[in-house]
Design a protein around this ligand. Sequence first.
Ligand code: XIL
Length: 318
Amino acid sequence: KAGLLYFGAATDTPGFRERAPYPQSYAQYDAILADPDEFGQTTPTNGQKWLFTEPQPALFNFTEGDYVANLANRTGKMLRCHALVWHSQLAPWVETTEWTPETLTEAITRHIRAVAGYYRGRCYAWDVVNEALDEDGTYRKSVFYNVLGEEYLKLAFRVAAEVDPAAKLYYNDYGIERPASVKTAGAKRLVKMLKDAGVRIDGVGMQAHLHADNHPTEDDLVETNRGYAELVDEVAYTELDVRIKTPVDEQKLKWQSECYEKVVGACVRTKKCVGITVWDFYDPFSWVPDVFPGNGASLLWFEDFSKHPAYDGMVRKF
Ligand code: XIL
């Protein structure tokens, strides 16, 4: 569509969808998700994270990740894979072990070899490192950074490139969608650091967890994209949602639609913007109300399966 490779929706394994409002919802939900006219790509919202893939040292489990990978295969969708190295939803043992730089290097290498190796050839892209930056644009003091410094970033991308050479390798983060933000500057520094070290990085993923009542302009989004496009081959909106402060009303839904439209417009206007993924599509399965109380209705389908105004708004922009 309009030069993009895909428009997709992330999804979770059914076990995680505990807030489903009524029994038919799964069937209706599954039908929308499977429909190639709605989504040409998917991402597992949880199943490929360290917590699920290596819950104990060297004990690997792909049950959760496979659910979405197999669904992608069955429904003919591209698969974005998420995420190899991230400080959150990390298996507890990674944070309690007393590491030396050598032993943590081994653990990261083993993790990426096993996980990216298992999915080799099936991932259009991998979020190799997720959220390595703090709000001020400096490196987040994760266990990885504390033990290895920025070497862990080089290591992760090098091992991923070795294991799955065909996958596009992404740095992914939130709050890096606006041109003037210190975090955007940090993301560019991070990418340059990798490139200066001779490490391959193919893309920057902007999560784009946005707010209906305070969202960037389309020109700002385009400017940000162009900044990354000078450094990498691809950019993508990887986890798009637009939260509304509850209660929902028509005005807020209009702002939300404008925000979704701007993201589509910015991607369409940026040659290297390959695609957009919404972070699920059905409000009851969104992570937003759990993590940001007082916010909700951030996706494209309401609980009763009617569509948000943003759905038609986006369609017009493609
Ligand atoms: C979220 C999931 O959607 C939730 O189900 C889970 O409880 C927490 O993580 N940035 C990311 C995603 O990169 O992996 C996060 O996903 C949302 C923020």
